[in-house]
Design a protein around this ligand. Sequence first.
Ligand SMILES: [Zn+2]
Length: 362
Amino acid sequence: MSDLEEQLIVGFGDIVDRLVATPFGTAAVLRKGKGGPAKLRYTWMRVYDDARKFYGRPLTLLAAESLIDRVSRGDYVLIVTNSHEMDGPPGAAAMARSLVVGLGAIPVIVTDYVEGTKFEKAVPQSCIGAQLIPVSDPEELRGSIWTPYTVLVHRWPEMTVAEAEEAAGRLMDDYAPKAVITVEAVSCNKAGINHGALGGPRNSGDPEEPFVRFNEIIFAAKERGVLTIATGDNGNECGFATIEGILKEHHEFCNDCGCPCGEGIISAAGADIVIPANSSNWACYGIGACLARLLERPEVLHDEYTHNRILLNCANVGIPDGATAMCTPTTDGASHKACVSLVGMLGETVRMSMVELVRESR
Ligand SMILES: [Zn+2]
């Protein structure tokens, strides 16, 4: 690659990173009703800045380059996400689509839900919005003209630590994934305690307690040398231990969770590449944009109309926005228009980076 090409691609990656790490507007989120504790988003922009320095390359670009490097047609990629809020399922679905359209990969979305509840529909409906066909039987992933756009939804139930370790090992053996991508998969800290964005605890810390445990998937992947990518917006998301120092410097709850465990909210698992973005969903759209640019195929990133459908499909099964607790087609308080506009801007960024602006002279 020539110097100019390298500068163009790094510049492109930085633009995408900044788009997905920058909130629209300045609204604080008041957690416990009017007058409650305000959560500002600016500290998180500083976390992004320091993570960018730590990696020495745009984060969404680094993730896309690593995926292209490792993942070939027909390879499995695990996408790990929650099924109970608007930040997670839409990003996982869009990520799955970019991997299918861009790399011919086979996505397996690993997600927690209780069968028979509305949460069971969050990931499948988001996938349908993203033009993919969700299936629950691995047999439906290959072998017919009806399978190239299928995506497996794999339930990840509450488990003890030992059960989660075994289940994670089985996932690795069954699919031999070439990459694991976590999308707003909130997980336990070093003390085995799971925390919300403003502290915790949500579990007892007893390894025998059945609980949704995602860290074991990253541990199993790393043991086998599988590429791991984490997206998040708070530090309690699975994979964020890699930037622990940065998180502790800027984020009060990463330092002090306010609960008796005293360990802070940071996930105990450390992914190879960590992307702190305005929301985990947005980081996925950023990776999709970088895949589109590197593959020189703009259609690898979904468009605004598809994005509208993804968000509506997820919200319409009754999934709440994590910031407002209303079931709106929004993400962490970022409005519907902001989310759709972001995808529009990413798409134009891809297209504008693939043209030459030629000023002719006579
Ligand atoms: Zn704690």
